[in-house]
Design a protein around this ligand. Structure first.
Ligand code: PHE
Length: 350
């Protein structure tokens, strides 16, 4: 092996020994750097006669090219190793099954509210939404329940800071304030028609939502749901309310032979007033009367607070309990299960 072959061999060995790109660059300097072995040999050419310079130069050049080739090969190998390492570290097995996102579902009471909205929607009722923090005016006074009215003690009210002496703030104890809120807006929109003695499009609205009372046991929760219904027009009667509510109950419970009973009752904002009881003819609840809603003809004072003349307009209202409807529909016997948030209970409704 001549001197240059030995040099090439030695370069190949040091390149092979370089474990990192930095090591490799250091090894390169030994051979190809400013004072590397090849560079030194090139410098030595200057002293040679022309002919020898040519042949010797060609030989050194061949060796230089061999060293450069070895360097490049090692650079590539190191880069490949690095890429390999990264690929292994970030390995992604595309044949593995994907991670499924946990599927959510609607709360059973939400399912009931959707059913209620669907059924009443099909009967021409719109859905209205309103504040849960109410004024004393909308919750009581406008609903014919003045300050010293004994009916106020029927509701154990949560009062909220921030109201005024004249109109304290509270958590609404029922959805009935929505009767006034919705009717006032409706009447405002059709004021000109009404005043001109023309027909006002009937008010047909339901207002589902959360309500609050200081009360808590197996059948009462401080937060519960109600769904208000209001129907006001010039030619509405108790019969219409009865037909609509019967149709609703039969559709809701998918039971064509379910019967209704209107039992006399009292609410300040309706006169006459009734409790609506239902009775199933088959199934686990067959034969019992079950109370599902308060109802009645809207009191003339309330019609007036809506901005309408009670001599001309007549209204019917009801206020039912979606929580109770849900318990009946699914056979749940403890209301608190709806609000505990136990996933094992809730999952059964998906
Ligand atoms: N707001 C009444 C309650 O909470 C229910 C009701 C609504 C009664 C509408 C009559 C008319 O008990």
């Amino acid at each position: 092996m001549n001197e240059l072959e030995a040099l090439v061999r030695s370069a190949q060995t040091s390149f092979a020994d370089a474990a990192t790109p930095a090591d490799l660059e250091n090894a390169k300097a030994l051979f190809l750097g400013k004072s590397g072995r090849i560079t030194e040999l090139m410098k030595g050419l200057a002293a040679l006669p022309v002919e020898e310079k040519k042949t010797r130069g060609a030989v050194i050049n061949t060796a230089k090219q061999a060293i450069e080739a070895a360097l490049n090969a090692r650079r590539q190998a190191l880069a490949d190793e690095e890429l390999d390492r990264q690929l292994k570290a970030e390995a992604l097995d595309v044949s593995l099954p994907g991670r499924r996102r946990g599927e959510g579902g609607l709360h059973p009471v939400s399912l009931t509210l959707e059913r209620i909205e669907g059924i009443f929607g099909s009967m021409g009722f719109v859905v209205a939404d309103g504040p849960e923090i109410e004024t004393d005016w909308f919750n009581f006074t406008a609903l014919n329940t003045p300050e010293d009215h004994p009916a106020r003690s029927m509701h154990d009210t949560f009062y909220v800071e921030g109201g005024s002496e004249a109109s304290p703030l509270l958590l609404r104890t029922h959805t009935s304030p929505m009767q006034i809120r919705h009717a006032v807006q409706h009447v405002k929109r059709y004021r000109a028609l009404i005043d001109a003695g023309q027909a006002m499009p009937e008010i047909r609205v339901i207002a589902p939502g959360r309500t609050y009372r200081v009360d808590s046991d197996a059948t009462h929760s401080p937060m519960f749901h109600q769904c208000e219904g209001l129907w006001v027009g010039e030619n509405v009667s108790f019969k219409d309310l009865k037909v609509v509510f019967t149709d609703f109950c039969r559709a809701f419970f998918e039971s064509d032979d379910l019967v209704l009973r209107f039992r006399p009752s009292f609410f300040p904002f309706t006169e006459p007033s009734a409790e609506i009881d239902i009775q199933f003819q088959s199934g686990p609840n067959a034969g019992h009367w079950l109370e599902v809603s308060g109802a009645g003809q809207v009191h003339p004072n309330v019609i007036r607070n809506m901005g309408l003349d009670p001599e001309r307009f007549i209204g019917f209202a009801f206020g039912m309990g979606p929580d109770r409807l849900t318990m009946l529909r699914y056979g749940v016997n403890d209301l608190r299960l709806f609000f505990d948030g136990d996933i094992r209970f809730l999952r059964q409704f998906q």
